[in-house]
Design a binder for this molecule. Structure first.
Ligand code: SF4
Length: 173
């Protein structure tokens, strides 16, 4: 289970704070050694604290990953490269650790799932996902947000699908 580091208490958000999720499910995952903590933005080379950044208005994470849109700070600094590098680092961490499931922080331009901030720096959101969530989904990782802990836990406990067993006269004994 790849988990946004800020949900685990790491003070890695742009404002130097965490968004800790205190829940028995997360504690159980931790006790079972299932958690791979990751912050894409820090992994992509951004400092803590850092200016907020949002996908530019009218664009989405797909456009960012395909090089057709940018992620900008309020001053117009282009930090896209760090976000894309961070998404790739998250995918590498998931692959390296065999993580098929991720629990990510909603609304972030990296980790958001259902929505992300809309590029106006007003607190308004647009439909997600963020760039890390999208890249993970593109590679078969099941992504959940922090309000979906039970579903993430159920998915974690579902065995991977095996090869289909053929029916009919040629079925194995
Ligand atoms: Fe949390 Fe993800 Fe933002 Fe890092 S990039 S602070 S893990 S929401």
């Amino acid at each position: 289970m790849l988990v946004s580091a800020c949900l685990l208490g790491s003070r890695v958000r742009f404002d130097g704070r965490a968004r800790t999720v205190a829940d028995e499910i997360v504690e159980r995952w931790r006790a079972e050694g299932r958690i791979v903590a990751h912050c894409p933005e820090v992994a992509g080379g951004l400092p803590v604290p850092r200016p907020p950044a949002e996908i530019e208005p009218g664009a989405d994470a797909r456009a960012v990953l395909e090089g057709r849109a940018r992620i900008l700070t309020p001053d117009g600094e282009d930090v896209t490269r760090h976000f894309v590098d961070g998404a790739r680092a998250a995918l590498a961490a998931a692959t390296r650790n065999g993580a098929r499931t991720a629990l990510l922080k909603e609304s972030s331009p990296s980790c958001g799932l259902h929505r992300v901030y809309d590029g106006t720096f007003t607190g308004a959101t647009a439909p997600g996902p963020g760039v890390t969530a999208l890249l993970l989904q593109d590679h078969g990782v099941a992504v959940f947000c922090e309000s979906d802990l039970e579903a993430a836990d159920a998915r974690l406990r579902t065995p991977p699908a095996g090869p289909a067993i053929p029916d009919g006269p040629h079925a194995p004994p």
